[in-house]
Ligand binder design. Structure first.
Ligand SMILES: C[S@@+](CC[C@H](N)C(=O)[O-])C[C@H]1O[C@@H](n2cnc3c(N)ncnc32)[C@H](O)[C@@H]1O
Length: 265
């Protein structure tokens, strides 16, 4: 099996062919409840979690992006159940991050518009890589700041420089739709893509150049595309032949050849 390719298979069977401790980072999004049935394919979360744990390198990370279905006014909370399952088989729940959608249509008459999904950060032990993304601060430059408060309770002030950037917090906002999630029109033949920038931000945070980035349910190939553009090796898999064809076509449009490297798993 070669790196830098996308395979059409049930991801559990696909992962069984990979050796232990192969993958540095997984960025993926499972089917959400049976929100979209993806041509009737099934999805066994416990088997997926167990295989992911086995093939992830010590210190490797799995980013699991998931939302919940609402049925008869009741949220499924499948996201939380899946999170507890990953924890029970040995992953650390390193963080629970929020993927906020900047543009969401109004959907419920008796509740606030849902504008987010969860991004669970599971790690196999302590994460071996963290390259924090920074953002510009709103206030910066020189200001008179409180320097020391002595026992007399008097504030002394001193001219100090405020930092120009800070580490991002764990709520990440992205525009969705064409021009937001991606400008690749063909990707929208898939009903549930996540934004390229979301995949890229996780790839930059939790992996280094040359690392292996995996998406076991890669859909339109977003993770694979962003891994390759950021000089990581990628491995993709999807159960649907249509989506695998779509993902390969999308990558080719960006001159990302599949199977460019001779490295094998
Ligand atoms: C939420 S979509 C992923 C979309 C992807 N993140 C993107 O940006 O295009 C989930 C994908 O899981 C795939 N899938 C469902 N069950 C699967 C299985 N058992 N093995 C592999 N892929 C599966 C579906 O075909 C679907 O493309």
């Amino acid at each position: 099996m070669d790196f830098n390719d996308i395979y059409c298979e049930n991801c559990v069977q696909f992962m069984k062919k990979l050796s232990d401790n192969t993958i540095d980072l997984t960025v993926t999004s499972p089917p959400y409840d049976e929100l979209r049935n993806y041509n009737g394919y099934t999805f066994e979360c416990d088997a997926v979690a167990e295989e992911l744990f086995r093939i992830t390198k010590p210190g490797g990370v799995v980013v699991w992006v998931v939302g919940d279905k609402i049925k008869n006014g009741n949220k499924s909370l499948t996201s939380f159940k899946q999170c507890l399952l990953f924890q029970s088989i040995g992953f650390n729940v390193h963080d629970v991050m929020i993927y906020q959608k900047k543009n969401t249509p109004f959907m419920r008459s008796n509740a606030y518009t849902n504008c987010y999904e969860y991004m669970f950060i599971f790690s196999k032990g302590k994460p071996k890589t963290f390259n924090p993304i920074k953002e510009k601060t709103v206030r910066n430059g020189f200001e008179m700041l409180v320097h020391n408060k002595g026992a007399d309770g008097v504030n002394k002030k001193i001219l100090k420089e405020l930092k120009t950037e800070k580490v991002k917090n764990n709520i990440w906002s992205y525009a969705v739709g064409l021009g937001g999630s991606t400008s690749d029109k063909c990707a929208f033949k898939h009903p549930a893509i996540f934004p390229e920038k979301l995949a890229e931000d996780h790839i930059l945070s939790w992996s280094n150049e040359g690392d292996v980035v995996f998406d076991p349910m890669c859909g339109s190939g977003t993770t694979c595309k962003m891994a390759m553009l950021n000089n990581r090796k990628y491995l993709g898999c999807d159960i649907s032949e249509d989506y695998v064809t779509l993902a390969k076509k999308r990558l080719l449009e960006h001159n990302i050849q599949t199977n460019l490297f001779l490295d094998t798993v």
